[in-house]
Design a binder for this molecule. Structure first.
Ligand SMILES: C[S@@+](CC[C@H](N)C(=O)[O-])C[C@H]1O[C@@H](n2cnc3c(N)ncnc32)[C@H](O)[C@@H]1O
Length: 350
């Protein structure tokens, strides 16, 4: 229900992913193909990419008259992820694989943080991750001066922007180094995550929903429902990097002989079009689309942020907070179309 934007972006990035698989296919090819999806979650997208990867390899094998490989799929997420619901959807998935006459496929869960080692050395042939790597390993430290904010905004001091950036640099470098130990030589890694198209880290193209969430919290402070000190001490553990910030980390990896980037692209997805395609430009549907997008933006933010907000501010705050947030999102979407900037990176292990 809350995965439509991710799904649209996965499909938009698909031609690049297909390109990556074709490049890999032209070199060597194993009898058992180990794929890992990092930050798989437990929604309708969880098996979507895996199905598409298997589908593409199947077609390429047919074209080249090669024997189909067996597939071992590792679905990774944090231990609290609902792996049971994924496992319950597997019989249906296996049925389809059998019907399409794909090679045998074995799916396993791999709970753990992708900021730690997850797999044995040189054991994975292909690593995929979508909409996950913008989550940091933790809330950055020393953000006491980010008063009345929960992420970077125009009023955040420059030191706050630097603190978030440095945490992302540490985390993303660690993520790439850890994966370079796990992936086979020549193995590709394909990552899609939220970023920004403007160097300024407080630019609207990445922070707008979090800014509206902050405004909602401040309204609750003004109404006496939330302590100002609690807002001051809360920050979101995420970062939406600028393309150049990612490139410089990737260049460093290349220098250390670990991973080399084949391509880094930015894919933009207007929030409304991701649900309605071109119909949204039809003025007849515009208001309707706004109402639904508004609902989805609120629900999506709620799904992701509610556990963190509830543990910091208490459960009682959730309903009034999201009621105010819904109003602010509605006002925002009435005057502006929000876009998601996605960075799509294809890399190869040296
Ligand atoms: C928005 S969901 C993306 C789901 C799916 N990949 C998609 O594209 O629809 C982000 C997922 O990343 C997971 N995640 C965040 N930090 C993680 C970490 N350090 N290790 C593993 N998974 C993590 C979250 O638990 C969540 O399920």
């Amino acid at each position: 229900m809350n995965s439509d934007v991710q799904r649209t972006v996965i499909l938009k990035a698909w031609p690049f992913l297909e390109e990556t698989i074709k490049d890999m296919f032209s070199s060597s090819f194993p009898g058992c193909f180990n794929v890992a999806d990092l930050g798989c979650s437990s929604g309708p997208n969880t098996l979507l990419v895996i199905s598409k990867i298997i589908d593409t390899i199947h077609k390429l094998c047919h074209q080249a008259n090669k024997k189909l490989p067996e597939f071992q799929v590792f679905l990774n997420d944090l231990p609290r992820n609902d792996f049971n619901s994924i496992f319950q959807s597997l019989p249906e998935f296996y049925k389809r694989i059998k019907k399409e006459k794909f090679g045998p496929c074995f799916v396993a869960g791999m709970p753990g943080s992708f900021y730690e080692r997850l797999f044995p050395s040189r054991s994975i042939n292909f690593i995929h991750s979508s909409y996950s790597v913008h989550w940091l390993s933790k809330v950055p430290e020393n953000l006491e001066n980010n008063k009345r904010n929960i992420y970077i905004t125009k009023s955040s001091p420059p030191s706050v922007c630097q603190t978030f950036l440095e945490q992302f640099q540490r985390d993303f470098s660690a993520f790439l180094s850890l994966r370079s130990e796990e992936i086979v030589s020549g193995g590709p890694m394909f990552l899609t995550f939220l970023g920004r198209s403007i160097a300024d880290p407080s630019s609207k193209d990445c922070c707008c929903l979090l800014e509206l969430l902050t405004k909602s919290l401040i309204q609750l402070v003004n109404e006496g429902l939330v302590e100002e000190a609690d807002v001051d001490s809360f920050n979101m553990p995420c970062y939406f990097p600028y393309e150049e910030e990612v490139k410089s980390i990737v260049r460093e990896q290349d220098r250390c002989g670990q991973n080399v980037a084949n391509s880094i692209r930015a894919v933009t997805e207007p929030m409304l079009a991701s649900h309605f395609g071109n119909a949204v430009i039809d003025p007849l549907f515009a208001r309707f689309a706004t109402l639904v997008a508004e609902h989805l933006a609120v629900e999506k933010t709620k799904v992701v942020a509610e556990p963190m907000l509830a543990s910091h501010f208490g459960n009682a705050v959730i309903d009034p907070l999201f009621a105010r947030f819904a109003m602010l999102v509605a006002e925002h979407l009435a005057v502006e179309k929000t876009k998601h900037i996605n960075l799509v990176i294809s890399m190869t292990r040296k």
